[in-house]
Each structure stands twice: as structure tokens, then as C-alpha cells.
Design a protein around this ligand. Structure first.
Ligand code: GLN
Length: 195
């Protein structure tokens, strides 16, 4: 299994180290030709979604990534990565990859609460959830499963092979969210091999 980690901006190195720790091969996707390499899953890291979205257009990668995801490529977006996946970003007309049926609210916790740690449940496991100028998910479409909500705000969700979290599991020692993503990939590989 090989994971492509989008590395045009933001906290991609932390995902690469997390995968290393889990003994999973990965490589950085920096330019369009990197998308020609074989990968079984794609990680969209945290960072600044407007900058990343613009870079994806400038580097001519946006529509290719969208096509991969629409064709079933497992994708995992954290924080800004979640914003890239959202079909709708509250209070703007902008959207980026726009494959996941969620409406997100950017910088949703106000200035003072810009960064904080929460401990909450992700698939029956209590884990640390570091939030950094994080978004949350305001509404989800009918195909989206809510995985975690804190104080009524959705912070983790899944739509088939698309997983999005508002926080940064790659900054913790806990691997539960990455493991869940790897399970999505394994399931897809098994289904493909069975056909
Ligand atoms: N505030 C950033 C954005 O709107 C997201 C922050 C993050 O990824 N840590 O893109």
C-alpha cells in the first residue's frame, strides 16, 4: 500500500511521519506528474485552504484530483484538507475539490478559541483532537455519516471513501483516525481484487 500526501503547502510532513510510524509507505505529491505514480489513498493536510486551493489550480492538479476522488480514490482531509473536500464553504461562493457533500464553516471557533485540544470519541475510542484555527461541518448530505460531534458541531465525517476531520490527528501519538483511513483503503483494495 502506498499513500500520496499532498505537499504543496501546510502540515504534510506530520502525516508522512505518522504513516512512517505505522509502517505504511507514502510519498509527497508536489506537482502534477507526481499524480501519475501509483497510490492507493490520498491525504490532504491542514494548512491554509485558500492558498492550497489556488496552488492546485496554478499547478493544474485540481481537476485531476477531483476525478480520482470521484472515481473512488480513498481520500482523507484534515482541517484545511476538509475544507478542500467540502462542496460548500459557508459565506462564500468558493469551493475547491468539492467532492464531499458537506457545508463547512471556516475559522469557526473565533479568535480566542483559535487553538485548543479536545478529547472526544472517534469510533468508540477516546482520542486527543487538537484544533488549530479549525473549521467545523455545519450540514451534511444524506450520504454522509457523522463520526464525531462536539457540542453539537460535527468535527469528523465520512462519505463512502472520503474521510474528513476538522482536527489534527497527525499531531498526536494516537493512530485511530489514520487506522480508520487505512481500513477504508484496504476494503477498497479487497473489493477491487474480488471483482
Ligand atoms: N484556517 C485554515 C483554513 O481555513 C485551516 C487551519 C488548519 O488547517 N489548521 O484553511
Amino acid at each position: 500500500m502506498n499513500i500520496g500526501v499532498l505537499a504543496v503547502q501546510g502540515a504534510f510532513a506530520e502525516h508522512v511521519s505518522m504513516l512512517e510510524k505505522m509502517n505504511v509507505a507514502s510519498f509527497e505529491i508536489r506537482k502534477k506528474s507526481d499524480l501519475d505514480k501509483h497510490f492507493d489513498g490520498l491525504i490532504l493536510p491542514g494548512g491554509e485552504s485558500t492558498v492550497m486551493g489556488k496552488l492546485l489550480i496554478d499547478l493544474d492538479m485540481l481537476s485531476l484530483i477531483r476525478d480520482y476522488i470521484n472515481n473512488g480514490m480513498p481520500v482523507f482531509g484534515t482541517c484545511a484538507g476538509m475544507i478542500l473536500l467540502a462542496k460548500k464553504i459557508e459565506d462564500t461562493k468558493a469551493s475547491h475539490i468539492a467532492t464531499m457533500d458537506i457545508t463547512v464553516m471556516r475559522n469557526a471557533y473565533g479568535r480566542q478559541l483559535g487553538s485548543f485540544n479536545a478529547v472526544s470519541e472517534f469510533l468508540n475510542e477516546r482520542i486527543n483532537m487538537p484544533f488549530i484555527r479549525a473549521p467545523y461541518i455545519k450540514t451534511v448530505g444524506s450520504e454522509v455519516k457523522v463520526l464525531t460531534a462536539i457540542d453539537g458541531k460535527i468535527v469528523a465525517a465520512q462519505q463512502n471513501n472520503q474521510l474528513a476531520v476538522a482536527f489534527h490527528p497527525e499531531l498526536t501519538e494516537e493512530t485511530a483516525v489514520h487506522e480508520h483511513f487505512l481500513n477504508i483503503i484496504k476494503k477498497k483494495i479487497n473489493l477491487t481484487n474480488a471483482n
